[in-house]
Write a protein that binds this ligand. Structure first.
Ligand SMILES: Nc1ncnc2c1ncn2[C@@H]1O[C@H](COP(=O)(O)OP(=O)(O)OP(=O)(O)O)[C@@H](O)[C@H]1O
Ligand code: SF4
Ligand SMILES: [Mg+2]
Length: 339
């Protein structure tokens, strides 16, 4: 939760991104509700981890925030102004405020462009015509990322670099326009284990030094504690729990979060034989999602007649925590719930 209006960088209000599905290219079948009623606030300089199982809508939410997908409904408010996808100029400005670090660095870098060209490209698109100025920025960022001597890298092509170096170039490209937010969508999952920590440390260092907000999407819950102050748990196109990381790891509220934490394998010899409880059943279809709470077919706490009928709104818990679960429908009852 923002402490003041000035701290608030980005807010989403009932954000929806639905993809139309057509049979034989023309027959309307329905919509995949990849993002379906998402609300959040993100402060300046804040680092948040977005977690949830595969296909729950994390990348679709990220792309909607970045302006790659146009929201079907709802609103994004950046620095107090509604993001207007119909206004080309203000969209370009908004997009320049968000740097993107994607999962696959090699796929993210055009193979036929030199590193210099790759790093100049966003500045050219954003009207920085002065070549000297562009090169100065590139040098600054590359030095910040300890990619020196800079000139040696600039002449190279992506295939001439290691996976870790390629990801550093992706990070450099995300920074050349001095963004206020970095969207890191599983930034290390395709890298060798040996460079993962190094890249995560680098993103964390830049975040602290530049006071950048970061949305870090990951499947790896073990890195969340190290990386973020807050966590958003996504399930079936919705954020079902928002919490400071420490509180959530100590006392997960939403039954889905509890199941997710129980399924983590801690790299601890004592845990090796622990039974890993994963919620039974399949993730919900986003083409035809279950009525009511999307987790209800898998939830052992499901309240018949309520959870299977009504979508739970976000309920406020202590420590600025929110959870979309009927078990917390009022504070007295929340007090009774053993979390
Ligand atoms: N452009 C698109 N057109 C149609 N459906 C899409 C599109 N992009 C995503 N989807 C669908 O939206 C749903 C959410 O996908 P998304 O990639 O956002 O999930 P995710 O949480 O990022 O998954 P993962 O952890 O595997 O990366 C999936 O059912 C996916 O097939
Ligand atoms: S709202 Fe009901 S079904 Fe959904 S997680 Fe909470 S208890 Fe389970
Ligand atoms: Mg994804």
């Amino acid at each position: 939760m923002p402490t003041t209006e000035n701290d608030l960088l980005l807010m989403a209000k009932d954000l929806r991104t639905w993809f139309e599905i057509k049979k034989w290219g023309f027959l309307h079948v329905g919509h995949v509700r990849a993002v379906d009623g998402v609300n959040f606030t993100l402060d300046r300089g804040e680092s948040v981890s977005l977690v949830g199982e595969s296909g729950c809508g994390k990348s679709s939410l990220a792309k909607t925030i970045m302006g790659i997908h146009q929201p079907t409904e709802g609103e994004l408010i950046f620095e107090g102004n509604t993001v207007d996808s119909t206004d080309e100029q203000s969209m370009r400005q908004y997009k320049s405020e968000i740097g993107f670090v994607q999962q696959d660095p090699y796929g993210a870098l055009p193979p036929f462009m030199s590193i210099q060209r790759i790093l100049e490209e966003p500045m050219i698109v954003n009207g920085i015509k002065d070549k000297e100025k562009r090169l100065k920025r590139i040098h600054q960022v590359m030095e910040e990322l300890k990619m020196t001597p800079v000139e040696d890298f600039l002449k190279k092509y992506p295939h001439m670099l290691s996976g870790g170096q390629q990801q550093r170039i992706v990070i450099a490209r995300s920074l050349v326009l001095n963004p206020k937010l970095i969207m890191a969508d599983e930034p290390v999952s395709m890298l060798d284990a040996s460079v993962r920590v190094e890249i995560l440390e680098l993103i964390k260092k830049i975040q602290a030094e530049r006071e950048l907000a970061v949305i870090y999407i990951t499947h790896d819950l073990s890195t969340v504690r190290y990386f973020s102050e807050r966590i958003w748990v996504m399930y079936g196109g919705k954020i079902v729990e928002q919490s400071p990381v420490r509180d959530l790891l100590k006392e997960p509220a939403h039954p889905y979060t509890r199941a997710l934490l129980e399924a983590i394998s801690e790299p601890d010899a004592d845990n090796i034989h622990n039974y890993k409880k994963v919620p039974p059943g399949e993730p919900p279809s986003l083409l035809n999602p279950p009525r009511g709470c999307r987790f209800h077919p898998r939830c052992e706490h499901m309240i018949e007649g309520l959870c299977d009928q009504e979508i739970p709104p976000d309920f406020q818990l202590a420590n600025n925590r929110l959870t979309a679960c009927w078990l917390f429908r009022d504070e007295e009852e929340a007090g009774d719930v053993a979390i």
